[in-house]
Design a protein around this ligand. Structure first.
Ligand SMILES: Cc1cc2nc3c(=O)[nH]c(=O)nc-3n(C[C@H](O)[C@H](O)[C@H](O)COP(=O)(O)O)c2cc1C
Length: 243
């Protein structure tokens, strides 16, 4: 096997027992990383927390109907549907100084992930890139440039496909490295997978579908989301739209 492949495989099979001997940032007493990203001064939108118009489907129904969807109707999502998808995918149930509890599991409650959304077709919301503010279930506007859909489409290597929304799951790796050092990276990737699965199932509940996307242009997307690409970068995307 080639060395470069072997090296990459190491990231998904770290030797956990070596962690006990590793002088992690936490053991060194370094400052704890921030738990949530904030955007001071940004325009904020509070999302809904109750969803009277979302038709209840059983877990069996949503699992059975889930398929990657790459062709979307032109129907806009409602504000309630947007709120619902973020609520089920990303919401924070509770947190304390050293632990965050979300709808998805997060390794050692370290919460390495942030979520950005490109809103393309949602009733009553301006098109643009938003950060999901986890601890308050709200959105902060990051960018509403006129060329934003073209740029997002380029960043997704032409896979926007007229989607109503794009979720960008991003990682702040030091939040997990702080405690888990070289074991962190596998768990960071798995965490994004948990989020995308919640999104896929929640989308089925509103007669929508999702396409997970890993084939994207790393540098372009990080630039669109205004991330530095080192301490904070995109790791997984998902387009969402009505069937
Ligand atoms: C980690 C991951 C990355 C993926 N990346 C892409 C992608 O970049 N573009 C795409 O069209 N589909 C992508 N997919 C979707 C898969 O192609 C799809 O899940 C697969 O064909 C099985 O189809 P199903 O989801 O309908 O079961 C990805 C799926 C996963 C789990």
């Amino acid at each position: 096997m080639e060395d470069r492949i072997k090296r990459n495989r190491e990231a998904i099979k770290p030797k956990w027992t070596d962690l006990y001997k590793t002088n992690t940032a936490k053991k060194q007493g370094k400052e704890r990383p921030e738990q949530f990203k904030s955007v001071p001064g940004a325009k904020k939108i509070d999302l809904l927390k109750v969803f009277p118009n979302i038709i209840r489907k059983t877990l069996q129904e949503v699992i059975a109907s889930r398929r990657s969807l790459r062709s979307y109707s032109d129907i806009n999502l409602s504000f309630e549907e947007l709120s619902y998808l973020l609520w089920e995918t990303c919401r924070v149930e509770s947190f304390r100084e050293n632990a965050v509890f979300r709808t998805i599991p997060t390794a050692g409650a370290t919460n390495s992930m942030e979520t950005y959304v490109f809103i393309n077709k949602v009733q009553d919301i301006e098109k643009g890139i938003y950060l999901y503010i986890q601890e308050s279930h709200s959105l902060a506007l990051i960018d509403n440039d006129d060329l934003i859909d073209e740029n997002v489409n380029e960043g997704l290597l032409k896979q926007l496909r007229g989607a109503a929304l794009v979720f960008f799951f991003t990682s702040v790796p030091f939040r997990t490295e702080y405690k888990y050092d070289f074991c962190a990276h596998k768990m960071i990737a798995i965490e994004a997978g948990h989020a995308c699965q919640n999104l896929s199932l929640a989308a089925e509940a509103i007669d929508s579908g999702v396409c997970a996307i890993c084939a994207y242009d790393q540098e372009k997307l990080d630039k669109i989301l205004k991330l530095d690409g080192e301490e904070h970068f995109t790791i997984y995307c998902a387009t969402v739209g009505k069937k």
